[in-house]
Structures are given as structure tokens and as C-alpha cells.
Design a protein around this ligand. Structure first.
Ligand SMILES: *Cc1c(COP(=O)(O)O)cnc(C)c1O
Length: 426
């Protein structure tokens, strides 16, 4: 039977409503095509995409080089499982480990799987290398974290919606406030069982909270001093989004091939997903050096699809695009311009309190209660004006366009955003 032809947005929404689980609350935009920074709905309306699938589409929609790699590999060999080797995985692992500067890569598919993988590696490392008594390992996490949706990951979330009625929860996690090195030090100091500190270098889902400039390096130093693994979840912040190859690159503008400049804080375990494929395929990965990664031996961890040849070919193309098109520099430049233009508006506005972010991962905080529907209503109005964005946590709107945007397009977008916000001024 051929796929049912959709003739209107209304029809598509109705089908999802009737036949799909209601685990999301999407904006009522039904998209049928994407190219670069734009997407089109079923009716043919064109929008700027200011979410980029939560920063998976950093390279822009349907990037021709990535699509070509996908086509080529999908028509040659798509899946072998890891029961056999394939002729793309090793080349991808060599490319990506050199790109990010680690000995080894463990391939998975989704972000949550990569986080789970990192947790398993850290625990095993604690038992086999640090000498923690089996089943006693702790991992420190931050309040308001977002690391995915599996049972273990939601066990250490403090988002009631994400947690409630999904227990019993996985033990072994200690929560501390974000951006608080003293709290980290106190949590580690008298606890020899700490295996790792799992942290987002900028908290994206929570509302794009950028920590103090020295937080990441201080956290790493505390971890190093206490033989605790510093685990960076860069699934949303990594791969050029925040104007560095990774958010832990700090203020360095290089493309990830330099001799690790002074602002770079090297994670012991690096977790990637989302833009690792440019949004064309689910590809995630955990990177670490041998002394950590080698605790995993055959049979101890895996995934049927993890490391498949399509994923490997797509990831190499996606990382190539980041380098070839200088997306790091562009994200940095346009991010500064975006915040400057928004600040100009905010000074004269009573509807937006502030703009914050780094690179092209930004958010505005709406001047209304977190329970109000104002942010949602603004996103509906933005849609009417040709730009798609989504509220995160109440009165915050995240702005994260594809990084292939031009300066002219960004200025056009700021015009749309400020024009829309003006409709809501009190
Ligand atoms: C999106 C995200 C995840 C989860 O990735 P999925 O692919 O949705 O499982 C984990 N951590 C962070 C920081 C994310 O932004």
C-alpha cells in the first residue's frame, strides 16, 4: 500500500493525533521539505528554522554533500551488525578520533544511548581502575540537567514531567547545583566512590544557561585532582553550535585541529549526537582515551545499528561540512551579531527581559510568569511571520538556526523576531 497522500496540515495533525502516542506537544506546523536554513509546510509556506531539530541540523537541511554520502552508502551496504566488520566504520573512527583528539570512539545511534554508554563506561572504570567496590559507584550530575529519556537518565532528572510515575529509579547519582564548583568539590571530597561528573557545558533544554567563564575548567580540575572522570555531554552544544568545535573549547576559534589552545578543557569522556549526522540519520558517539575506553570488552556493550556503514559515512560527511564551510567561525560571528541586535531591541522592550547564549545557541526570557502561555503564543505568531521556534521551560524561547545561515538572513530573522515581539508589548 502506498503512503497516504497528505493534502493539508490539518489532515496530517489529525492522523498523528488519532494514531500516534501523545508524547509531544508540537507547534502546529506540518513540514514537508527543507533546504539549508529553510523549511516548507504542506501548504507551501516557507519558514526560517530557528530550532534546527534541537541543534541536530547545524549543517542545514538536506545538505547536498551529506545527502550524497547517505545515498551512496545506503545503496551499497546499509547494515551488517557488529557481528561482522564493515569497510566504513574503521575509517570513520580514525577520522572522528583525530577530529576530536581522542584515542577511541564507541558508536551508538541516539543521544540518550550515548549518555547511557558513558555512564556504563564510567562505572566500569571506577570498579576496575579506581578500585571502587562493585555496585557502589556514584556519578555526580547537575540540577536542571537534560541528558535524554531512558529510565536511568530520567532517574537523575529533576523535571517532574520527565520523571513522575516512571520509577523505581536507578540509584547511584548525586545532584548538585549547576555552575557551582564548591558544591562539586564538596560532593567529591569525602566520597571515594565518585566515578564521574556528567555535565552539559551549557544547559540547553533548561533554557540555555551559560555557566561562569571558569566553571568548566574548575570542574575539570576538581575531577582530575580527585581521580574522577569529567564527562561532557556535548550532544546539543557540540559540533560548532556554540562557536567552538565543542563548548568546552571555550573561546578558541580553531576548527579542532590546533594544538589544544589554553581555553580548551579536555573531557575524559566526550558525548556527541545530534549534529554528528547533520540531522540526516541517528548517529551518536562516546569518545575517550584507551585507559578509559579499554574497560569495555567484547560482549559487554553494543547496539545492532551502532557503527553501521550508513551512519559512519554520513558522520564523516557531516563533520567535513563543518570544517569546509567554517561553521564554527560563522556561528561565533552571527551569534555575537544576534545578541547585539536583540539587546538593542530589549533595551526598548518590556516583553523580553534578556537574551543569553553562546554562538548560535541562544534564548530570550519573556517578561511573564513561567506558567503563562505568552512564550507559546509568541512562537505561534513567529510562525505566522515565517519563523519557527519553540518555547523551552515556560517563558523561555530558544533560538538555534542552522549554522549555514548568512548575515543577511540573520538580519532578516531578527527583523521578523522583533516585529513579532512588538505585537506582544504591553
Ligand atoms: C538531545 C539531547 C540528549 C538526548 O539525545 P536523543 O538523541 O534525543 O536521545 C542528551 N543530552 C543533551 C544535552 C541533549 O540536548
Amino acid at each position: 500500500m502506498p503512503l497516504q497522500k497528505i493534502s493539508s496540515s490539518e489532515e496530517a495533525i489529525k492522523l498523528e493525533d488519532q494514531h500516534g502516542a501523545h508524547n509531544y506537544h508540537p507547534l502546529p506546523a506540518v513540514l514537508s521539505r527543507g533546504e539549508g536554513v529553510h523549511v516548507w509546510d504542506v501548504e507551501g509556506n516557507k519558514y526560517y528554522d530557528f530550532l534546527s531539530a534541537y541543534s541536530a541540523v547545524n549543517q542545514g537541511h538536506c545538505h547536498p554533500k551529506i545527502v550524497e554520502a547517505l545515498h551512496q552508502q545506503a545503496s551499497k551496504l546499509a547494515l551488517t551488525s557488529r557481528a561482522f566488520h564493515n569497510d566504513v566504520l574503521g575509517a570513520y573512527e580514525k577520522y572522528a578520533t583525530e577530529y576530536f583528539g581522542f584515542d577511541k570512539l564507541l558508536p551508538m545511534n541516539t543521544g540518550a544511548e550515548a549518555v547511557e554508554t558513558a555512564i556504563k563506561i564510567a562505572r566500569k572504570w571506577a570498579y576496575e581502575k579506581k578500585g571502587v567496590k562493585e555496585t557502589e559507584a556514584d556519578i555526580i550530575v547537575c540540577e536542571n540537567n537534560f541528558h535524554g529519556r531512558t529510565t536511568t537518565i530520567i532517574s537523575f532528572s529533576n523535571d517532574e514531567e520527565a520523571r513522575k510515575n516512571f520509577g523505581p529509579y536507578t540509584p547511584g547519582f548525586i545532584k548538585i547545583p549547576y555552575d557551582d564548583p564548591e558544591a562539586l568539590e564538596n560532593a567529591i571530597k569525602n566520597n571515594p566512590n565518585v566515578a564521574g561528573f556528567l555535565v552539559e557545558p551549557i544547559q540547553g533544554e533548561a533554557g540555555v544557561y551559560v555557566p561562569s567563564d571558569d566553571f568548566i575548567q574548575r570542574a575539570k580540575d576538581i575531577c582530575s585532582k580527585n581521580n574522577v572522570l569529567f564527562m561532557a555531554d556535548e550532544i546539543q552544544t557540540g559540533i560548532a553550535r556554540t562557536g567552538g568545535l565543542l563548548a568546552v573549547c571555550g573561546h578558541c576559534t580553531c576548527e579542532g585541529h590546533c594544538e589544544r589552545q589554553e581555553t580548551y578543557t579536555r573531557p575524559d569522556i566526550l558525548i556527541l549526537g545530534k549534529a554528528l549526522s547533520g540531522g540526516n540519520y541517528p548517529v551518536s558517539a562516546v569518545l575517550a582515551d584507551d585507559d578509559i575506553m579499554n574497560v569495555i570488552k567484547p560482549g559487554q556493550h553494543g547496539s545492532t545499528f551502532g557503527g553501521n556503514p550508513v551512519a559512519a559515512a554520513v558522520a564523516v560527511a557531516a563533520l567535513d561540512v563543518v570544517k569546509d564551510e567554517h561553521l564554527i567561525q560563522n556561528a561565533r560571528k552571527l551569534g555575537k551579531l544576534f545578541r547585539r541586535l536583540m539587546d538593542d531591541y530589549i533595551r526598548e522592550s518590556n516583553i523580553v527581559n534578556l537574551v543569553r547564549g553562546r554562538g548560535l545557541l541562544n534564548a530570550i526570557v519573556i517578561n511573564d510568569s513561567a506558567e503563562s502561555t505568552t512564550a507559546w503564543d509568541i512562537c505561534l505568531a513567529l510562525k505566522e511571520n515565517g519563523l519557527l521556534a519553540k518555547p523551552t521551560h515556560g517563558n523561555i524561547i530558544r533560538f538555534a538556526p542552522p549554522l549555514v545561515m548568512t548575515e543577511e538572513q540573520l538580519r532578516d530573522c531578527v527583523k521578523i523576531i522583533t516585529k513579532t515581539l512588538k505585537q506582544f508589548e504591553k
